[in-house]
Design a protein around this ligand. Structure first.
Ligand SMILES: [Zn+2]
Length: 81
């Protein structure tokens, strides 16, 4: 009956702020295969770190950030952090 570790849920997901579809976390850097198995619902971007520009509408301040989440809806594909 007992399955060791099988009940642990590490696949934390979020809802896309645009379309509400399930979105996955983006991991950067070298990731071991066992880590990938722990996060079946995640994107692994390797060593390519994508920076995205965000402009605050109120202040006009420009901010650069590393993307952390990607929407899994094919028609949306929204990325944010
Ligand atoms: Zn979306």
């Amino acid at each position: 009956m007992t399955k060791n570790g099988a009940t642990r849920k590490r696949s934390a997901t979020r809802k896309c702020p645009v379309c509400g579809h399930e979105s996955w976390r983006i991991f950067y850097g070298m990731v071991m295969p066992d880590v990938r198995e722990q996060y079946p619902k995640a994107e692994f971007a390797g060593c390519v770190i994508t920076l995205e520009q965000r402009i605050y509408p109120d202040t006009g301040k420009v901010e650069w950030g590393t993307l952390g989440w990607v929407c899994q809806d094919q028609g949306c594909g929204h990325r944010w952090w």
